[in-house]
Design a protein around this ligand. Sequence first.
Ligand SMILES: [Zn+2]
Length: 448
Amino acid sequence: MKKVVLLLCLLLFGNVCDGFDIVYPKSPIVNVAANSTFFIGSSMEPLKINGKDVPLHPTGAFAYVVSLPEDKNVFTVESGSGKKVYLIRKIIPKYSGGSTFIPYPQTRFYTVTKDISPLRSSPIDDGINRMAHLQKGVNLSVDGEYSGFYRVILGKEQYGWIGKSYVKPIKQTDSVELKGYDYIDNDEYFTFVFHLTGMVPFEMVEGDVFLMKFYNLKDDDIYEMNFPVKEASGGKKLIGYSGEYQGNDFVLKIRKPLKIKRKCPLKNIKIVVDAGHGGQEEGTTGCLGDKEKDITLSLAKYLETELKNRGANVIMTRESDIYVGLQQRVDITNDNDAVVFISLHGNALPDGSDPNKISGTGIYYYYPQTKPLADVILNTMAQKLGTKNRGAIQASFAVVRNTNALSLLIETAYMINPDDNAKLVSPEFRRNCAKAIADGLDKYFSSL
Ligand SMILES: [Zn+2]
């Protein structure tokens, strides 16, 4: 008891910290779900954690990994006359036990209650196992459940999965039929309008031949349309598409090849530049106390200038320190019919990793059509900035998943790695970063 009172006193009154700043852990008492965590911050003078010297970067920044052997771990950070005490509790969630599939004796019927409801290929809430995003009003036939998911009948022996919170039960509806489709040709899009008698689950699969599928039609039928998009566009790459129900019609739009001016490949290309985070949503805090929302805004402004100089039509999702929701960023991109969406971020790491050992630039994309652009930009950045190339990785972030453009999320460098952090706080590095991204875009569009 005495020990606990003493600790509380230290936590409440003992935290004098002149000359040093700790940005992570974010408060003196935290819970961590890992066997190790780290202290991130900066100091003007030599610094010790539990009596051990902490190596400081020339900027004063540090990242220091500590293991958590006990359920409750106390750390004392000391530098000069300053001292701060931390209580870090290790709380690792226990495995809740397995689930089993529960088949229903009779098919049940549900309807999707909100837009962008993920239809998944497996009953796990996992990033990239999404087959499609269903709109409100799509009707589903369900034959069982597993954990928090319903199993959706797509055809004979073919299934998808939907989270229970996305649907509500309905009475059985008439089977849906596909009556045919119209093809509409214009300068910008290959457009197909499929006439259905109701809204059924669907899937769009990218490739040289674009595959449009409608599931659970009358008599367990699946309809497939193969559109040789590469052939139809003269061997060009896929550069964006969208599909949605408008009433019972499903409208599929595939962007036609762009008219690229060889000397000025970004001329008139509509590019959304997205400064990550903003307002009360600050993002990660860097070793030196810098905020991700400020770093990304600065990067975005440099990129805006760089792209405008090359003739691009740039749209910014924010130009000041304001909060912009993820869906708002998506809407700005889709409403403007942008060709490219670039979200700018500074990276962080979870508890259990070592921020001193991980650095560099990484790019996330969701749709395979974006991978070649991600590769070109990433290679250009790593080469011109001298940052470690962490690869282009497919991941399910809302801003890259829900936008119809070629959408990327760029993690320029690590906010909590002392070397990377020193780069990010330098305006020159940020300007070069913007230049490298623009060079990558130039290269990609001149190859189209
Ligand atoms: Zn971020």
